[in-house]
Design a protein around this ligand. Structure first.
Ligand code: 3PG
Length: 209
């Protein structure tokens, strides 16, 4: 699972208001070269969207984002999500994910949060919000004392095509997360070709030497 996320290098973060956008959006991302996506549980359409994509596009590695309580972990898993993330560190959510065997990355931004996450068994951490917190320099400084623990990070927040390569060069980074190629306005307008184009550009930036 983590290997699939690492191979993709980019986790598009989706906020979906309309469940009918789920299938064309998944197709647009796949056409652009990405078979990983995160659907945030911030809208009423999210669980139905996860269910639709899991059924119609089994090749898509589906994550659920913004998991804020244990019941959401189970709902997301039942809908077909196979990994989960959250902006922050909630031990009850971490436990719920462990109980149902879901790979889960809690959000961290401070050394104390890194230590709390590690203490309850998390090895994959979302560094959030990456750019406002200090970007690549902050991530390196934050992760430095824990390099021997084998932690991996998914920096998210303020990352785009122009700066993603800087993050991906850091060996501790498993992948980056970002919403720019699946911007709400593009999804609402059904601009699937533009989403595919932005995805291709992002994948090219992520794989450039
Ligand atoms: C999120 O929605 O999890 C993050 O806020 C995404 O950050 P971005 O919109 O800056 O990519």
């Amino acid at each position: 699972m983590l290997e699939r996320i690492e191979r993709g290098r980019i986790v598009p973060i989706v906020v979906l208001d309309d469940v009918d956008a789920a299938a064309p959006l998944a197709e647009a991302l796949l056409a652009g070269g990405l078979d990983v996506m995160e659907i945030t549980l911030r809208t009423g359409a999210a669980l139905a969207a996860i269910r639709r994509i899991a059924t119609a596009y089994p090749e898509m590695l589906l994550g659920a984002g913004t998991l804020l309580d244990p019941s959401q972990v189970e709902q997301a898993r039942d809908a077909g999500a196979v990994f989960g993330l959250a902006p922050g560190l909630n031990p009850r959510v971490v436990q719920a994910a462990a109980n149902c065997g879901m790979l889960f990355a809690p959000g961290v931004m401070t050394p104390s949060e890194v230590e709390q996450a590690w203490a309850i068994g998390c090895k994959l951490l979302k560094f959030f919000p990456a750019e406002p917190a200090g970007g690549v320099a902050m991530l390196k400084a934050l992760a430095g004392p824990y390099a021997h623990l084998g932690l991996r990070f998914i920096p998210t927040g303020g990352i785009h095509t122009g700066n993603l390569a800087d993050y991906l060069k850091v060996p501790l980074v498993a992948a980056i997360g970002g919403s720019w190629m699946v911007d709400k306005a593009l999804v609402a307008a059904g601009r699937w070709d533009e989403i595919t184009r932005l995805t291709r550009v992002a994948v090219a930036a992520a794989t450039a030497p």
